[in-house]
Write a protein that binds this ligand. Structure first.
Ligand code: ADE
Ligand code: ZN
Length: 337
């Protein structure tokens, strides 16, 4: 429709995108073959073919059901060229949807745990970032996510490696975040990590309020001094929390198709878009894991438009909020506005 063309043309920022979540089944099978990695088709028939895997991705029971596939797929990423191919494919797709600036997560520990060096991951991602900026004019940043399903000392070790190796100081990494399974791992478990990041002057975000309650968002603010909240879907269960998010201008990086696919909401009409707009909370609309959830950023914008019928003015305020919530230089913000 005409409105979709308007949405396609809007200059966008993406703040909630797991690079491993852009691993399309075609590239997964290609890299698995190249690297002699056997996908576990003996244990799960979904890995038998690209078509079977795509069919399996159509429905997930919950976050952990999805994560099982997401972590297995990662095992096909071995050398720097694999990470470069993965990230360049995403940047080129994002640029085609008029994403001008992207802040991208990667799951460092999941790669180092299986014997891929931290430097290999970062070298490949950086090569893609450089090429994408040159080819498409898109600016990109990396946010290192630590995973909640591994113990705190493991997260501390990976964080210290990145900090002491100068990866934050030299601008290779922009910020730290946390992701993976939520409910059993409340934010209060990670104070040591967030204290260390804050002490080193490093920006901090965390996935909270996706499957977990609004109280996890409160913990992230109170105990971790998180400056951004990834998802924050359930924040509207707590009016005082919303008031605080508005006052502090904390960005919620929301992901509607992800919430739908992971059964956090039963239909897009349950996504709190009206509340986000009416409360004045700063938020952006993002794709999370587009290879798994049936759409990149534009498809997320379009499904919201089809459900909520926003005005041009409302969309303009959404994309402006996304620029203001970005962690880029003031100079870059001016270019994006
Ligand atoms: N890792 C990748 N996508 C995620 C999500 N939506 N929530 C938590 N961890 C994730
Ligand atoms: Zn996410």
């Amino acid at each position: 429709s005409q409105f979709h063309e308007f949405l396609a043309a809007l200059p966008k920022c993406e703040h909630h995108l797991h690079i491993e979540g852009t691993f399309e089944p075609e590239l997964l099978f290609e890299l698995a073959a190249k690297n002699n990695i056997t996908l576990p088709a003996d244990k799960d028939a979904a890995f038998a073919s690209i078509e079977a895997l795509k069919a399996r991705y159509l429905t997930f029971a919950n976050l952990d059901d999805f994560l099982g596939y997401y972590y297995i797929a990662m095992s096909a990423l071995i050398d720097a060229a694999d990470f470069e191919a993965l990230a360049y494919a995403y940047f080129s797709k994002a640029a085609s949807q008029n994403v001008r600036h992207a802040e991208v997560f990667f799951d460092a520990q999941v790669h180092t745990e299986r014997g891929v060096a931290f430097e290999t991951v970062v070298t490949g991602l950086k090569a893609a970032q450089r090429r994408a900026e040159k080819d498409f004019g898109i600016t990109t940043e990396l946010i290192m996510c630590l995973v909640k399903h591994l113990p705190l000392p493991d997260a501390m070790k990976t964080f210290a490696h990145a900090r002491d190796g100068g990866f934050f100081a030299d601008g290779t990494l922009l910020a730290v975040g946390m992701d993976s399974s939520e409910a059993p791992f409340p934010p209060k478990m990670w104070t040591e990590l967030y204290d260390a990041a804050k002490a080193a002057g490093i920006k901090r975000t965390i996935h909270a309020g996706e499957e977990g309650p609004a109280d996890y968002v409160v913990q992230a603010l109170d105990l971790l001094d998180a400056q951004r909240i990834d998802h924050g879907l359930r924040s509207f269960e707590d009016d005082a929390l919303i008031k605080r998010l508005v006052e502090q201008k904390t960005l919620l990086t929301t992901c509607p198709l992800s919430n739908l696919k992971l059964q956090c909401i039963k239909s897009i009409s349950e996504f709190p878009l009206r509340k986000l707009l009416d409360s004045g909370v700063r938020f952006s609309i993002n794709s999370d894991d587009p290879a798994y959830f049936g759409g990149y950023i534009l498809e997320n914008y379009c499904v919201l438009q089809d459900t909520f019928g926003l005005t041009v003015k409302e969309w303009e305020s959404i994309v402006t909020g996304a620029v203001l919530g970005s962690w880029c230089s003031e100079e870059r913000k001016k270019q994006l506005l």
